[in-house]
Write a protein that binds this ligand. Structure first.
Ligand code: ATP
Ligand code: MG
Length: 307
């Protein structure tokens, strides 16, 4: 029998989820986590994706502690707990993901035949004894893989859903809403923290307004369900961060410290490869998202104390 779960321990767990690929789930997980950690929050990130992309965003691909998801997969299949990688940044620990998680998917699917709720709650049971050590736990969900997505939202107090603003991307949100509903029987505390519009063009106000209205309808919620802050499109920044294993605000600091354009023109300094000036603006966007995450959670926590 699956042991009972101390739900209140998990009230600062966020699952970043959308069944669609390439909507900045990993980018948001890494950067929100990194910004919170740099401002003093104790943060745990969980990479539940067999692609293991969080390692690129945080730059631990060459760290020999990165076990490509083996420890995480073992713990999910057999219980018994696992140790995250400590201090990937100050205040920031990570459960590394990677190909080993494919076994966890198969293992959990088999377990679900005998104990469906136990399989759904595998991530919750892994996190519960650790949660006290952290102010925020953020789970990066894989695209596509239903079993792991379900286990993530079954562990979470909050779902954060990034989406591109175009119509065809928005269509996938119906499936996300259904996945959240489907898990309420094992996790009645789950709530939608909000939807984040990503990869937004600068001149797309009309598109954004329409997208906000449509998304509110899809989730049967008011317009506030969509975050005020958005993440602008910048391929150059995205590429430079992953190549260097830096978060966007860290890249921004590097760019600012780099040589000035006039020194480069005078031949007094060498241009840095791929040092996009947009890094500062993207870092501002991510900072605004991070602040909104904290503001929304704090407001909800205050309200629940009053109730
Ligand atoms: N602001 C941005 N503008 C454009 N591209 C970006 C931006 N931020 C990140 N990217 C790039 O977009 C791609 C998808 O981002 P990311 O990996 O975070 O999405 P994902 O939802 O986690 O994808 P997957 O579903 O494959 O896990 C990556 O190549 C990433 O580097
Ligand atoms: Mg990802």
């Amino acid at each position: 029998m699956t042991p009972t779960l101390n739900r209140p321990a998990l009230d600062r767990v966020i699952a970043v989820i959308n069944g669609k690929g390439g909507v900045l789930k990993t980018t948001l997980t890494a950067n929100i986590g990194g910004m919170l950690a740099s401002s003093g929050f104790r943060v745990l990130l969980v990479d539940l994706d067999p692609q293991g992309n969080l390692a690129e965003d945080l730059g631990y691909t060459d760290d020999n502690r990165d076990d490509a998801g083996r420890a995480l997969a073992q713990a999910l299949m057999f219980g018994g707990g696992a140790e995250p990688l400590r201090d990937v940044r100050p205040n920031l620990d990570v459960f590394a993901g990677g190909p080993a998680l494919d076994q966890a998917t198969a293992g959990l699917a088999a377990k679900a035949n005998k104990d469906p709720d136990g399989a759904k709650l595998a991530v919750a049971h892994l996190l519960e004894p650790l949660a006290n050590n952290y102010d925020m736990i953020i789970i990066d969900c894989p695209p596509g893989d239903e079993t792991l997505q379900t286990a993530a939202v079954a562990a979470a107090r909050w779902a954060l859903v990034p989406v591109k603003s175009d119509k065809s991307s928005r269509k996938g949100l119906g499936a996300v809403a259904a996945r959240l509903d489907a898990v309420l029987s094992v996790n009645p505390t789950l709530d939608l923290l909000g939807v984040v519009l990503v990869d937004v063009g600068t001149s797309a106000h009309v598109v954004q307004r329409e997208a906000r209205e449509h998304i509110a309808q899809l989730f049967n919620a008011d317009h506030n369900v969509v975050f005020t802050a958005t993440v602008r499109h910048s391929e150059a920044t995205a590429q430079a961060t992953r190549e260097r294993g830096l978060l966007v605000h860290e890249l921004d600091v590097q760019v600012r410290k780099g040589p000035k354009w006039y020194d480069i023109r005078r031949g007094e300094a060498q241009a840095q490869p791929l040092a996009p000036r947009t890094a500062g603006s993207v870092a501002d966007d991510l900072q605004a998202i991070t602040q909104e995450v904290v503001a929304r959670i704090t407001a909800a926590e205050k309200q629940s104390v009053r109730a």
